[in-house]
Design a protein around this ligand. Structure first.
Ligand SMILES: [Zn+2]
Length: 57
């Protein structure tokens, strides 16, 4: 089985691009998860959703 160098280069670059996208996505989700940990200014409880469930609900 002969492997075409062009195919190999294309496969490697595709894998590299996919790996970069996955790494960037993981960093972005980790950042959003950290930023989403907020405390309600009204009651002081930790907000899990966009708004405080205790005050807005
Ligand atoms: Zn609240």
């Amino acid at each position: 089985m002969h492997l075409d160098p062009h195919v190999a280069i294309a496969a490697v670059s595709t894998l590299a691009a996919a790996w970069l996208m996955v790494t960037a996505g993981l960093q972005k989700s980790a950042l959003e998860r950290r930023q989403r940990r907020r405390v309600c200014p009204s009651c002081g409880r930790e907000i899990q959703a966009r708004v405080c469930a205790s005050c807005a609900g």
